[in-house]
Design a protein around this ligand. Structure first.
Ligand code: FE
Ligand code: FE
Ligand code: FE
Length: 181
């Protein structure tokens, strides 16, 4: 591959994100199904709908550029999602699995935030004002999704995972007393 200009890098990075979003489209329904918390399940479902809109934005940007969306596989997203999928094979307490799903999902969102931040900045530098606007919208959605995941984790899910119901009987009275202290 040859990259001679920021415009070429811009297109390559957009293709990486386009491929990443399609991988995410396949993964989110599985993550929603695996979630025990209704709020987390709903969050994944909502982000699935948002992701479809994000793909539409990228389609519009490629159409305006007169470029093909194809030609790049996002190896990083494949790896992140593979780690997430491994969780679904594990025999885990439901609340612990929810905490782990959030950790996996936040890794995905952070990758997207980095990618969209870069292409939004390139679009601006290259004078693609409509694309700048569209990419900023997606960037805002990814950031908001990351924040919502933090709110779910901090608000309840991580706390429930500290001492899942099914595990309480296994803890000694001394351990429980220590936790209450
Ligand atoms: Fe996305
Ligand atoms: Fe990538
Ligand atoms: Fe996302």
């Amino acid at each position: 591959m040859k990259l001679d200009s920021l415009e070429e890098l811009y297109v390559e990075e957009l293709r990486d994100l386009y491929n990443a979003e399609h991988q995410i489209l396949k993964a989110l329904p599985k993550m929603a199904k695996a979630a025990s918390s209704p709020d987390l399940e709903k969050g994944f479902q909502e982000h699935l709908q948002q992701t479809k809109g994000q793909v539409d934005r990228l389609d519009q940007i490629f159409a305006d550029l007169g470029k093909s969306t194809k030609g790049k596989k996002c190896e990083a997203m494949e790896g992140l999602l593979k780690e997430g999928a491994e969780l679904l094979e594990v025999d885990a307490e439901p609340s612990v699995l929810d905490a782990a799903l959030i950790a996996a999902a936040q890794r995905v969102e952070h990758y997207e935030i980095a990618g969209y931040g870069c292409v939004r900045t390139y679009a601006k530098l290259l004078g693609h004002s409509e694309a700048t606007k569209l990419l900023q919208q997606t960037l805002d959605e990814e950031r908001r999704t990351d924040e919502k995941l933090t709110e779910l984790a901090v608000g309840s899910i991580n706390t429930e995972a500290v001492e899942p119901e099914g595990n309480q009987a296994k803890k000694s009275p001394a351990q429980k007393a220590a936790r209450r202290a």
